[in-house]
Design a protein around this ligand. Structure first.
Ligand SMILES: [Zn+2]
Length: 415
């Protein structure tokens, strides 16, 4: 379901619930007034408060549908969180009102006409409120709407409240008042708790609190399962109305090219949005992955393994010795012939291109031309200056951190 349809679905549910609640308030008000039942009139006032709560949810979901623009680049989704806070205020007010009403019940026993009709109203109201609660809860959870879920909880209280009113009217008919007063007060405390919980969730969302540990874990697992993603850190999520925005840092091998790295970040965003429909956007920051494994290149004279003699100039080596270090220890090595050995021009460029295919992390050499230096450095290959023409000693020096890292070439390329 796309965002527009989600918001429309929520707004429609809030609209239907608003209309049903208006109908309840009017019925209770009219029959309460005609019969002279104060309890029913009080319940009509309660329903009027409920209208304000559910209407604010409708309003919030309506505003949320507005398209993002220059002034509101993240859209209007937080209108829904505001709506929840406003709804909470009305919920608090309803609790206050029920409390006062219940307090009065201790002292006043009212007389009223049309007892059968008056008793039917709260019972039907309980049924209608129950239907509203189920509907709000179903849609609210489906589309992740706090304000609808808050109203659903309030509607469930309405069911209990209607039954209490029914009991109260029945007891009033037999001239007993205090039981209803006690139950009503208990009810008002329950409503305060609902208002508090919902206001808290809404304020947390407005303050960009992390919305959901489970969602976070799910996203983490999904991203780490994507090919080439070596690690993930700094996953941050924030709720904005019905939707969640996020950011994360992923680690990719440092010699990966930019186009591939970008593809991976796109794949992550698409997959996360597919699996978690509440995610609106996930921005990915990319960092190079650091390993304990490092691949070195040393230009050599002959194919004699680690005992080969080092050639002073990188481009002019007849052979290239590749060494992989794991935890500073030589784990493997191989020698390749430099096919550009006797090329007269641009030898540095040709050799460098050849070297990049081997995914080398660092080159140990005595001399390197300008073109080769820049080409290699731009591909994140580091270049170190060797001190002695001995392979094993140079690796030892490299491991000890005794080799100087070159910041520029040792000479121009036309040497
Ligand atoms: Zn209510």
């Amino acid at each position: 379901m796309n965002k527009e349809r989600i918001l429309k679905k929520g707004a429609r549910a809030a609209k239907i619930a608003t209309i049903a609640t208006v109908f309840l308030a009017i019925t209770k008000g009219v029959i309460g007034f005609l019969s002279g039942s104060l309890l029913l009139v009080a319940d009509a006032i309660h329903s009027a408060v409920d209208i304000a709560a559910i209407f604010s949810s409708w309003f919030g979901l309506k505003i949320s549908q507005k398209k993002y623009n220059k002034k509101f680049p993240y859209g209007y989704y937080k209108a829904e969180n505001f709506a929840t806070i406003i709804a909470s205020f009305f919920i608090f007010y309803a609790a206050y009102e029920i409390f006062l009403e219940s307090y009065d019940k201790f002292f006043v026993i009212t007389d009223f006409k049309l007892p059968l009709l008056v008793l039917t109203v709260p019972l039907s109201s309980a049924v209608v409120s129950y239907a509203i609660a189920i509907y709000e809860d179903k849609v609210g959870k489906e589309i992740n709407s706090q304000s609808l879920v808050a109203n659903a909880q309030e509607s469930k209280v309405d069911v209990v409240s209607s039954l209490v009113i029914f009991g109260g009217i029945l007891l009033a008919y037999f001239k007993i008042g205090y039981i209803e007063g006690i139950v009503g007060m208990g009810l008002s405390f329950m409503i305060i708790k609902i208002g508090y919980q919902n206001a808290k969730i809404a304020i947390y969302s407005l303050m960009d609190a992390s919305p959901d540990k489970e969602l976070e874990e799910g996203i983490k697992e999904l991203i780490l399962g994507i090919d080439d993603v070596k690690d993930l850190s700094g996953l941050k999520l924030r709720q904005s109305g019905l939707f969640v925005f996020g950011e994360a840092t992923i680690k990719l091998l440092k010699n990966m090219n930019v186009a591939r790295a970008h593809d991976i970040s796109e794949i992550i965003e698409i997959k996360v949005k597919e699996s978690f429909s509440q995610i609106d956007a996930l921005s990915i920051h990319i960092e190079p992955y650091k390993t304990d494994s490092i691949k070195l290149l040393i230009p050599v004279k002959e194919d004699n393994g680690l005992d080969s003699g080092i050639v002073m100039h990188f481009g002019r080596a007849k052979y290239l010795l590749f060494i992989t270090l794991e935890d500073k220890k030589i784990s493997s090595f191989y020698v390749k012939e430099n096919i550009y050995f006797d090329k007269d021009i641009q030898v540095g460029l040709l050799v460098s291109r050849n070297v990049l295919g081997e995914k080398v992390d660092a080159i140990l050499t005595k001399e390197i031309g300008e073109i080769a230096f820049h080409l290699l450095r731009d591909s994140f290959v580091e270049i170190y200056l060797i001190k002695v023409a001995d392979v094993k000693q140079s690796i030892e020096d490299f491991n000890q951190g005794n080799l100087k890292k070159l910041e520029k070439s040792t000479h121009l390329s036309n040497k």
